[in-house]
Design a binder for this molecule. Structure first.
Ligand code: NAI
Length: 331
């Protein structure tokens, strides 16, 4: 197998190069993101390895097919960046369904604690010898209500963490876990009752802008909103409005609707041309991390192992347990 690896970062090379060698596969690391323009670079490779910022739309898939690429190995769980319908019958797609749900759940908790107790602001202050605590007041999590949207692998772990803090937990999921010790309510009720609302569902046409103007109008004043799933779950303009009107008390965002243009890259020598992102960054009660929820040692190891195992199974003609496709149950 020859693998063309796109959107490479130093930590990818460190994780994937030794494993590819052990499998006896050739791997070429490209810095470029994979899209219709860069897909021809994969000519001569059997598989491409892609990440969340790569755009696998119809034109890109057509060019990959022309380049005789036979497999797209996503090193992510989410696959909203792949046009599965266009890929159907053309090129197989595999993914890493779960690497470390704990990594993402814990990152959501980190955003919550940091935002609520204003650690991000305190850190900057004390480094500047400013030891004032004015404006840094938070609230006790104990006894407050956490609203969890999506009770899959990550949502369930986030629930455990919230219970550890002594919080009440309510949840919404169109597919509740039968017999689970979780109190499910409607999404509208969840928004109305939650002091902290955390999103743990996939981005699909149904969930696009799940948290929009109408729902934000009905949240509990001072709500802390957490999104470690996908940016498109929140209508950014509506969130900015709610923040400006002080209806939302804080937003912890590991993902952003238009993150492809910025996240994972160093733009520190330029200004932010995206007005919504710039506006969000201007709020003291908005904490943005650059899609790093997954980024723990354990998760990277699991991503690498599963991706290489997916590629091996394909190379040896075995059933693809982690295949996603338009016509299969997965996807
Ligand atoms: P999962 O598949 O285990 O759980 C997703 C849950 O969402 C399921 O229970 C499903 O029934 C539910 N769901 C589907 N439609 C829904 C809707 N309309 N409203 C509420 N719930 C709905 O997925 P997992 O592993 O828990 O991951 C959740 C999301 O986290 C992924 O889709 C991905 O977008 C995101 N993620 C983010 C990472 C990061 O680094 N920030 C890393 C990994 C995943």
């Amino acid at each position: 197998m020859k693998i063309a690896f796109f959107d490479t970062k130093p930590y990818d090379v460190a994780a994937f190069a030794p494993l590819a060698e052990r499998f006896g596969y050739g791997i070429k690391f490209f810095d470029n993101r994979l899209n219709a323009d860069t897909a021809p670079m994969a000519a001569g490779y059997d598989a491409v390895c892609a990440f969340v910022g790569d755009t696998l739309d119809e034109p890109a898939l057509k060019r990959l097919e022309e380049a005789q690429v036979k497999l797209i190995a996503l090193r992510s769980a989410g696959y909203n960046n792949v046009d599965l319908k266009a890929a159907w019958g053309r090129i197989k797609v595999v993914r890493v369904p779960a690497y470390s749900p704990a990594a993402v759940a814990e990152h959501a908790a980190a955003l919550l604690l940091c935002l609520n107790r204003k650690i991000h602001r305190a850190y900057i202050r004390t480094r500047d010898n400013n030891f004032s605590i004015n404006g840094l007041m938070g609230f006790d999590l104990r006894g407050k209500t956490a609203g969890v949207v999506g009770t899959g692998r990550i949502g369930q772990l986030f629930i455990e963490i919230c219970r550890g803090f002594g919080m009440e937990v309510l949840a919404y999921d169109p597919h509740p876990i039968p017999g689970a010790d979780i109190r499910y309510v409607s999404l509208d009720e969840l928004c109305a009752q939650a002091d902290v609302l955390s999103l743990h569902c996939p981005l699909t046409p149904d969930t696009h802008h799940l948290i929009g103007r109408e729902r934000l109008a009905r949240v509990k004043p001072g709500l802390i909103l957490l999104n470690t799933s996908r940016g498109g779950l929140i209508d950014t303009d509506a969130l900015i409005e709610a923040l400006k009107e002080d209806r939302v008390g804080g937003a912890g965002l590991d993902v952003y609707e238009e993150e492809e243009a910025y996240f994972f890259e160093d733009h520190s020598d330029r200004f932010v041309a995206d007005d919504d992102l710039a506006r969000l960054l201007s709020f003291p009660n908005v904490l943005i991390t650059s899609h790093q929820g997954f980024f723990t040692r354990e998760a990277m190891r699991a991503i690498t192992d599963t991706t290489m195992e997916n590629i091996r199974a394909f190379a040896q003609g075995e059933p693809l347990q982690n295949e996603i496709c338009w016509q299969c149950a997965n996807g």
